[in-house]
Design a protein around this ligand. Sequence first.
Ligand code: FAD
Length: 429
Amino acid sequence: MVMEKTDTLVIGAGQAGIALSEHLSQLDVPHLVLERQRIAERWRSERWDSLVCNGPAWHDRFPGLAIADVAADAFAAKEQVADYLEAYARHFKAPIRTGVEVTRVTRNSGRPGFTVETSAGLIEAQRVVAATGPFQRPLIPAILPEQPGITQLHSAAYRNPQQLPAGAVLVVGAGSSGVQIADELHRACKKVYLSVGPHDRPPRSYRQRDFCWWLGVLGQWDAQKVQPGREHVTIAVSGARGGHTVDFRRLAEQGITLLGMTRDYAQGVMRFQPDLAANIAAGDANYLALLDAADAYIERNGLDLPPEPQARLIGPDPACVSHPVLELDLAAAGITTVIWATGFAVDYSWLQVDTFDDKGKPVHQRGISAEPGVYFLGLPWLSRRGSSFIWGVWHDAKFIADHISTQRKYQAYHAPEPVAPASTATAPA
Ligand SMILES: Cc1cc2nc3c(=O)[nH]c(=O)nc-3n(C[C@H](O)[C@H](O)[C@H](O)COP(=O)(O)OP(=O)(O)OC[C@H]3O[C@@H](n4cnc5c(N)ncnc54)[C@H](O)[C@@H]3O)c2cc1C
């Protein structure tokens, strides 16, 4: 059987696969990118309709090409991000093949490389890069059994308020997705309950600079490890409606009922941890710490950025925080929908090589896996805090492309031909 061959096979054509393809092209590494659906599919069909980027357009993009029709300080809509990534791939003629799913990758035995089974046949590759996304499989905790009268969906399946049945909504999880969905539903005149866990909530902007800028100059995007104990701390930011600071007190004032972490459910009643006030206070402390760090940076560098004392005003705790609801009878509260904004897991069942721990998590160092020739790209904290974001994946892609190029040079090495010793024989007469 004739098998198609390539040097490096990249699986997934989201921002990670495209960034890697650009760097591999620069280094003349022959490669192919396979995408099971369309380029940047998740931005097209796995996000809610009104989603805009959490970072401004000058930040959430690759170098060398601006996002069309979006002002530098504005927030691109999800379709504009997808169009941008497609345009980016076109601009350097990325070798992307869409509509091809990779179903199995195994290491060759007795020869280098990998055999890749796809929906369009077999491919042999010397290296494979899994760029299949940081957020692959929606996670819903096993708390609420399926039952008539309550629709349960993950934030990845939420599209818009009209999609939901009449009635109140419980949104579980108050990271960027949960908090934006709760806000949108409240604005659509739904009664909303929002279960809030530990979170960071940086100011949208402070002293005329966006928080993306502050995290950049303060070196916080480059943090290499999650601080112990903060593994489950989410970030609550929003670019919606021109961008604003997420302020849980304001959401409560507007009518959203805040709750602590969702604990369990029995006989029609959902129960919540008594941790709401602590979670809100820790979020405030995180917010104020960033203002402090920003002030110190301005002072140290003598920057002319106007003071913003009103940013430090934090209102009193709303009633739902000072007297938290710990139990909620879902029927009595009129709740007909529960939206789980509770995160995602990865799924590498198709990648059958020896580089996963006993929980199925990839074992790697900055994306270079324990199995030589296998790479991961786009995962949260792959090398730093920014790794799963558009701008961050660019730098990780460069590192991996350099590693691949270097490995190719080692593999192309041939010992020089031995030089024949100078002859002592006399030439025939
Ligand atoms: C709600 C939400 C909002 C976000 N907002 C921002 C933001 O504002 N700014 C920012 O920088 N980041 C944001 N992110 C984070 C990140 O930028 C996105 O998750 C982004 O989609 C990740 O890109 P990726 O290329 O790593 O993975 P993905 O976009 O997930 O791309 C992976 C691709 O691989 C394909 N694929 C998967 N399995 C296979 C297979 N077996 N064979 C072939 N193809 C396969 C998929 O179809 C997909 O197209 C957001 C994430 C979420 C969930």
